[in-house]
Ligand binder design. Structure first.
Ligand SMILES: NC(=O)c1ccc[n+]([C@@H]2O[C@H](COP(=O)([O-])OP(=O)(O)OC[C@H]3O[C@@H](n4cnc5c(N)ncnc54)[C@H](OP(=O)(O)O)[C@@H]3O)[C@@H](O)[C@H]2O)c1
Length: 364
């Protein structure tokens, strides 16, 4: 569960950095900071933001592109405040593509200047919206030469989220049937492609404008959720349902279309929201109780497994994501790019849904 990582990371945050064999190339840099929670207008591009010393298993990356994830917008607005409020001003951002600028003592598998891409864990304390970002060894992998930095930066956070659900939780295997609710979004599209690559038969719900994209990703069926009844449109039962939307209606559909023993996974777990409402000490046990209650309820009523799934750094998953994206089998189309100095406009475009699809920030 992510809250174990939260506690571990809090301990790490309070500790003195371990020895750094490779000196950081930069001691300070430009970064986008959130000085207080709020709308896009709170984002500030600041110079001279400190770059911490590298720990032994960390890599300093010169950022070339970062994609915007819904989590960035939510963190900017105060989601996760139980963890992040004491850390304001905060650097947000999870995805990255760039070049290695320095390596920690035990990170010599990466070389200076090497092109890499990856994503930070959701609870990482210093984000990627900075000229220099720090990622651990298991959060980075070499960037396929066939992808630009912009294209690469769109992939890791979404794909690792889908990977964790499909492979870590549901343990999908060849021949199984997977339903992706919200196949038109970044995580949904990654899930369709990862499940297809694993040899599964995939159906997905999406908006009419995403049908072609979802079918192009290898789905057997794309159901327009604005025009069709999903339950009536799908045929037979599924082994796994990944629900990227996670509202009561999609949860009801997801549970109903599973075979007994199947896995329903929502990306809208309530742990962070409950921790924000009640504080970490009370909120996390409340979240555990709420999850257990649902799990017992659906096991008894439908014979299915119910999960909240979260993105997690996963070296094996990232390696497979690199392999598939290098082979052209895993793509997240980028709809629009903004220079980093226009980060407010970029967040506004995502927030107001002015751009349908991935938005990427480019670093000069
Ligand atoms: N738990 C975690 O660790 C984790 C990690 C990553 C993301 N998330 C969450 O997962 C969600 C998706 O993330 P993302 O990066 O994929 O976002 P995204 O790229 O912005 O995609 C969102 C998509 O949802 C689709 N959609 C909206 N309502 C729908 C419905 N009723 N049925 C089917 N599709 C619907 C839309 O697709 P159409 O354009 O086809 O209508 C939209 O493009 C966000 O809420 C995000 O916060 C959670």
């Amino acid at each position: 569960m992510w809250w174990r990582a939260v506690r571990a990371r809090r301990r790490i945050a309070g500790a003195r950095p371990a020895s750094t064999a490779a000196a950081a190339a930069e001691k300070s840099c430009r970064a986008v900071v959130v000085p207080r929670f709020g709308g896009p207008e709170v984002l500030e591009v600041r110079q001279g933001v400190p770059v911490p010393d590298l720990k032994p298993r960390e890599v300093l990356v010169r950022t070339r592109a970062v994609s915007i994830n819904p989590l960035d917008l939510r963190m900017r607005s105060g989601y996760g405040r139980s963890i992040f409020e004491p850390l304001l001003p905060l650097i947000i951002g999870r995805d990255i593509s760039g070049e290695v600028a320095a390596t920690g003592t035990y990170a010599s598998s990466f070389s200076i200047g090497q092109e890499v891409f990856g994503a930070l864990h959701p609870t990482a304390l210093r984000g990627t919206y900075a000229d220099y970002a720090i990622l651990s060894l298991d959060e980075l992998t070499p960037k396929p030469s066939t992808l630009s930095h912009v294209e690469a930066s769109a992939i890791p956070f979404a794909a690792l989220t889908a990977w964790r659900a499909l492979h870590g939780t549901a343990r999908i295997s060849e021949g199984q049937r997977v339903l992706v609710i919200g196949g038109g979004g970044a995580v949904g599209l990654a899930a369709v492609q990862l499940a297809v690559a694993a040899g599964c038969g995939v159906s997905a719900t999406c908006g009419s404008q995403s049908i072609e994209r979802v079918m192009g990703a290898g789905a057997e069926q794309a159901i327009d959720y604005t025009a069709e009844e999903t339950e009536a449109a799908v045929k037979g039962k599924f082994d796994a349902v990944l629900d990227t939307i996670g509202v009561p209606e999609t949860e009801r559909i997801g549970i109903n279309v599973l075979r007994r023993g199947g896995h329903y996974m929502t990306l809208q777990g309530e742990a962070a929201a409950l921790a924000d409402r009640y504080g970490l000490a009370v909120g996390l046990p409340v979240a555990t109780a709420a999850l257990l209650k649902k799990q017992m309820q659906y096991r008894s009523s439908h014979g299915v497994e119910y999960w909240w799934t979260y993105m997690r750094a996963d070296a094996e998953g990232l390696h497979e994501i690199q392999r598939l994206s290098g082979a052209g089998k895993l793509q997240i189309p980028v709809e629009k790019t903004f220079p980093i100095n226009q980060v407010r406009e970029a967040h506004m475009a995502k927030e107001k849904k002015l751009v349908h699809g991935k938005v990427v920030l480019e670093f000069d």
